[in-house]
Design a protein around this ligand. Structure first.
Ligand code: 5AD
Ligand code: SF4
Length: 473
C-alpha cells in the first residue's frame, strides 16, 4: 500500500501554491493523500514567519504531535517553508521529534529527502543561504523557484490556479522577514510562465492569479527585450480558455502607467488591484522604509481610479509599528476614510528577529494599544465596505463559482451542496443557493443582500445586464 501524506498550510497564497505543488510532486513519487495526521505516514507543515503568531501556531501544533510520534516512531514529521528557512536547526532543538526541515528554495528535493529518511531514519535539513552569506548570485541560486508540472487533481479550486511569476523580494521594508526567508527577487522566464498558463487553460482552468511578493516589479530580460508584468498580462489575455486574470501583491512604487493601461484595456484582466499602503503617516512610512510618501501613494491611487473605470483597490495596514503615536495612527485612519478601499487586511506589528526595525527601533506600542487600534481601523474599514456594497442590492454581477460556501463546506454530505461561493471580477465574494453542477462556471447572479464582506444573491437567467461599470463589481 502506498504511503500517505498529510499537509497543513499557514500563510500567504505563495504557501498555498507551494503546498499544492509539494503534494503534486509527492503524488507523482507514489504517495497517497491522508485526511488527518493520524492516518498519515508523513505529516508536513508548510509554515509562515511574517508574524510571531503564525510561528507560535506551528510550534504548538508540533508539540501536539509528540505523543503520536512516540507511539508511531516511523511517522515522518516535516517543517517546510519560511519558518524552516528562518529557524533552521533550532526547530530540531525545540521539537526533537521533527525529522525534516526544508526551506522554500529546496522544495524540489522533498521526495528525495523523504526517501532518504525512510531508508535510514536520520533527520534531514535543506535550506538556502542567508542574505549575507555570499555573493548575490550564489544566494539567488540557492533559492530555487519550485514550479514542477501542474497536477489539476491537487488544485484546491479546479477552475482557478495560482501561477508564480517571481520569487523573493529586494525591498527590505524594515519590519519584514520576507527578503531574508524568500531570498533575492528573481523573475521566472516569460516562456515558462506562458507554457504553464497554456497547460492550465488546456486543463479547463478559467482564472489565473499571478503571484509575486511584489508582483508588479516583474522584469525578465531576454536578449534585447525586457518583459514587464503588463507584457505578460497581454500574452495571457490572448490565451484561449483563460477568462480572468488577477495578480497579487503590488508595490505602490511600481504601479507604472503601462500596467494601469493593461488593466484598463485587457478584457480578461480583473479591475482589481491589491496595493498595500501599510501606513498613512510619512514619518512611519520612513521608519518602515517603504520608499514612498503618503502624497505619492494618494497620487498613485488617484491615477489608478481615474484611468481604470470600476477599479476596486484593497490594501494592507500595520498598526502599532515602533513609536506609532496617536496622531500617526490617525493618519492611517484618515487614509482609509479618504480612499475607501474595497477592503483592508490589518495587522498588529510583530517584531521579527534580524530585521532592520528590530535592530533600530523599540517595539514600544503596548499590545493592548495595538489591539485597540486594530479594532478601530477595522471598524472604519468595515463600515466603508458595507456601505459601498449597498448599491449592489438589486443589481446583477458575473461570478466564477469556486465551490461550496463556508457553511455548506462544514456540512458533511458533499453530494448535497446547497450554498455556493464565487467571486466577481473585482474579487467580491458572492454567496448563492446552487448545486455541484454550477462549480467552475461563470454565472450571472442578482444581489439580494450584502454585508461588509459578502454579497448574497440568486442565479438569474437569462443574464439581464452586462457587468455594470463603473460600479465596482
Ligand atoms: N508585523 C505585522 N505585519 C507584517 N506584515 C509584514 N511583516 C509584518 C510584521 N512584522 C504584513 C504587511 C504585509 C502583509 C502580508 O503582512 O502588511 O503586506
Ligand atoms: Fe516584505 Fe516590503 Fe518585500 Fe512586501 S515589499 S515582501 S512588505 S519587504
Amino acid at each position: 500500500m502506498s504511503k500517505k501524506v498529510y499537509i497543513e498550510t499557514v500563510g500567504c497564497q505563495m504557501n498555498v501554491l507551494d503546498s499544492e505543488l509539494v503534494m503534486a510532486s509527492l503524488r507523482k513519487a507514489g504517495y497517497g493523500l491522508a485526511d488527518s495526521p493520524r492516518d498519515a505516514d508523513v505529516i508536513l507543515f508548510n509554515t509562515c514567519s511574517v508574524r510571531q503568531h503564525a510561528e507560535d501556531k506551528i510550534y504548538s501544533a508540533l508539540g501536539r504531535l509528540k505523543i503520536l510520534k512516540q507511539r508511531h516512531p516511523n511517522k515522518i514529521i516535516g517543517v517546510l517553508g519560511c519558518m524552516a528557512q528562518k529557524d533552521q536547526k533550532q526547530i530540531f532543538q525545540r521539537a526533537k521529534h521533527v525529522d525534516l526541515i526544508v526551506g522554500p528554495g529546496q522544495l524540489f528535493q522533498i521526495a528525495a529527502l523523504l526517501q532518504q529518511i525512510e531508508a535510514d531514519g536520520r533527520p534531514r535539513m535543506e535550506v538556502s543561504l542567508g542574505r549575507r552569506d555570499g555573493s548575490r548570485i550564489r544566494i539567488a541560486r540557492s533559492h530555487e523557484s519550485f514550479d514542477p508540472l501542474r497536477d489539476p487533481e491537487m488544485r484546491p479550486v479546479r477552475c482557478q490556479a495560482y501561477v508564480r511569476i517571481m520569487i523573493g523580494c529586494d525591498k527590505f521594508c524594515t519590519y519584514c522577514i520576507v527578503p531574508s526567508v524568500r531570498g533575492p527577487e528573481q523573475s521566472r522566464p516569460r516562456r515558462d510562465i506562458l507554457a504553464e498558463v497554456r497547460q492550465l487553460a488546456d486543463e479547463g482552468c478559467k482564472e489565473v492569479i499571478l503571484l509575486g511578493q511584489t508582483v508588479n516589479s516583474y522584469r525578465y530580460v531576454e536578449g534585447d527585450t525586457s518583459w514587464r508584468l503588463s507584457d505578460l498580462l497581454e500574452a495571457i489575455d490572448a490565451t484561449n480558455g483563460i477568462q480572468r486574470i488577477k495578480f497579487v501583491s503590488n508595490h505602490p512604487s511600481d504601479m507604472t502607467d503601462d500596467l494601469m493601461d493593461a488593466v484598463r484595456d485587457l478584457p480578461k484582466c480583473a479591475r482589481y488591484l491589491h496595493i498595500p499602503a501599510q501606513h498613512g503617516s510619512n514619518a512611519v512610512l520612513r521608519r518602515m522604509k517603504r520608499g514612498y510618501t503618503i502624497e505619492e501613494y494618494r497620487a498613485m491611487h488617484a491615477r489608478a481610479i481615474e484611468s481604470i473605470p470600476g477599479l476596486a483597490v484593497t490594501s494592507d495596514f500595520i498598526v502599532g509599528f515602533c513609536g506609532e503615536t496617536v496622531l500617526e495612527f490617525q493618519a492611517t485612519c484618515d487614509l482609509v476614510r479618504d480612499l475607501r478601499f474595497k477592503n483592508s487586511f490589518i495587522f498588529k506589528y510583530s517584531e521579527r528577529p534580524n530585521t532592520k526595525s528590530a535592530e533600530l527601533y523599540i517595539d514600544d506600542v503596548p499590545n493592548a494599544v495595538k489591539r485597540r487600534r486594530n479594532n478601530e481601523l477595522l471598524a472604519i474599514q468595515n463600515a466603508i465596505s458595507e456601505s459601498d456594497n449597498q448599491p449592489f442590492i438589486g443589481r446583477d454581477v458575473e461570478i466564477l463559482v469556486e465551490g461550496p460556501s463556508k457553511v455548506a463546506a462544514q456540512q458533511n454530505d458533499a453530494s448535497q451542496i446547497s450554498q455556493l461561493t464565487g467571486r466577481t471580477r473585482c474579487d467580491r465574494i458572492v454567496v448563492f443557493p446552487g448545486g455541484r453542477e454550477h462549480i467552475g462556471q461563470i454565472l450571472p447572479i442578482r444581489i439580494d443582500d450584502v454585508n461588509a464582506f459578502t454579497l448574497f444573491g440568486h442565479l438569474t437567467s437569462p443574464y439581464a445586464e452586462p457587468e455594470m461599470l463603473p460600479l465596482r463589481t
